[in-house]
Design a protein around this ligand. Structure first.
Ligand SMILES: C[S@@+](CC[C@H](N)C(=O)[O-])C[C@H]1O[C@@H](n2cnc3c(N)ncnc32)[C@H](O)[C@@H]1O
Length: 191
């Protein structure tokens, strides 16, 4: 599910590429009101990638998701990581020293196009607490993903690394991703 009809359409096309379209139900709507358009029933796995940090009230989404969990349900979410290369980069390139505006500046520059209205970021502890206060038991917290490519090439489907990443040994790049990546990936089980 996704708030945007356009995103749902893209997901539908992607599913069709893999021949899975008829095995997936797609729903457009607000995750903060999930139960108003997705029937409440227990799921084995609840998965959300890169969505919960974009909604004004992430806790409202978690409260909704909890309704779809039974004891043992696995929940996997990805939210943006505060202590990341990306936040540091945004602040250095766009921040002009305005610490007090950091949240707004990060949101505006969080995506490929500027102007994203909301993009919260979380420390590992805050991510864990987001799940724990809704009765989930966190089993794994992992950080990953630094985008290494030059955007002008990437949008033309060419994967050319930024010079400072092109010369970096792959093991060092991976270590950097696992420490300062943009994706905070949390896994938990419902109690
Ligand atoms: C960074 S994209 C991630 C999209 C997709 N999950 C993926 O992995 O490619 C963020 C998505 O969150 C959606 N979104 C933001 N707020 C939402 C909400 N309250 N309910 C549902 N979707 C929301 C946006 O429409 C957008 O498609």
């Amino acid at each position: 599910m996704d708030l945007s009809e356009k995103s749902i359409e893209v997901a539908r096309q992607r599913a069709a590429v893999f021949g899975l379209e008829d095995r997936i139900q797609f729903r457009a709507g607000n995750a903060e009101k999930l139960s108003s358009f997705v029937p409440v029933e227990p799921y084995d796995l609840i998965y959300s990638f890169g969505v919960i940090h974009h909604t004004p009230h992430p806790d409202a989404v978690l409260a909704q998701l909890k309704q779809y969990a039974k004891p043992g349900t696995t929940i996997k979410i990805m939210v943006y990581h505060r202590r990341s290369y990306k936040v540091a980069w945004i602040f250095l390139t766009e921040g002009r020293g305005q610490f007090w505006k950091l949240r707004e500046i990060v949101a505006r520059n969080a995506e490929a196009q500027t102007g994203c209205p909301i993009a919260y970021t979380y420390t590992r502890r805050e991510g864990r607490e987001l799940l724990e206060r809704h009765g989930f038991k966190v089993t794994s917290v992992a950080v990953d993903h630094i985008f290494p490519y030059r955007i002008p090439d990437y949008v033309q489907y060419r994967y050319v690394r930024e010079p400072y990443f092109a010369w970096m040994p792959q093991p060092l790049f991976r270590a950097l991703e696992r420490r300062f990546g943009w994706h905070l990936c949390l896994t938990a089980t419902a109690k």
